[in-house]
Design a protein around this ligand. Structure first.
Ligand code: AMP
Length: 192
């Protein structure tokens, strides 16, 4: 059974770090739509040109485009044993499309890890990251606004809760502690 994982949570929750650890540990690709879009912009591709205006405005790229990009990525052979998907889905239509894409190859999500931490800590972590990366224009106000636009909609969380595959992860701890909890959850999911 493939291990098909989605990681949900606000920016600053440590999703990327944990997704990398899972990817190495389980030998499955870490797929991040934000990274894919940044790479497309940097490479100057047609996709990059289409998504750049939305990214620059801090808005979501339209669902049909993002869904097409994810559909193509998940058709690659390296996803045969599973994947860790980060940054997608962000809307209910994206979640429904993901289920359809997986169902086409008789697959379904194994688990949805919902990273949870207070807004205060998430904002502190983002501010620290901005300072470390020399992104001085990331002021507390800008970070706060981005957190609001990028908030995971409650209906998305509900969608996965209703399916019984949502697992909350306490993300206010060290990388090692969070990963230990993630590993327990994944072992339980793999055993199902
Ligand atoms: P991120 O690094 O996840 O914050 O993504 C950077 C940008 O890429 C976002 O601000 C959006 O413009 C775009 N993006 C990434 N993932 C998605 C998605 N699932 N749906 C729509 N837009 C996305």
């Amino acid at each position: 059974m493939p291990l098909d994982i989605v990681i949900l949570g606000p920016p600053g929750a440590g999703k990327g770090t944990q997704a990398e650890l899972i990817s190495e540990d389980a030998g499955i690709p870490h797929i991040n739509t934000g990274d894919m879009y940044r790479a497309a912009v940097a490479a100057g591709t047609e996709l990059g040109a289409r998504v750049k205006p939305f990214m620059d405005a801090g808005e979501l790229v339209p669902d049909d485009l993002t869904i097409a990009v994810v559909r193509e990525r998940l058709s690659q052979p390296d996803t045969a044993r599973g994947f860790v998907l980060e940054g997608f889905p962000r809307t209910l239509p994206q979640a429904e499309a993901l289920d359809e894409i997986l169902a086409e190859s008789d697959r379904e999500l194994s688990v949805v890890l919902h990273f949870q931490l207070s807004d205060e800590l998430a904002e502190q972590r983002l501010l620290k990251r901005a300072l470390e990366q020399g992104r001085e224009d990331d002021t507390p106000e800008i970070i706060h606004r981005r957190m609001e636009t990028m908030r995971i909609p409650e209906e998305l969380v509900e969608y996965y809760r209703a399916k019984g595959i949502l697992v909350g992860i306490h993300a206010e701890r060290t990388i090692e502690e969070v990963f230990a909890e993630v590993q327990q959850v994944l072992q339980a999911a793999a055993a199902r």
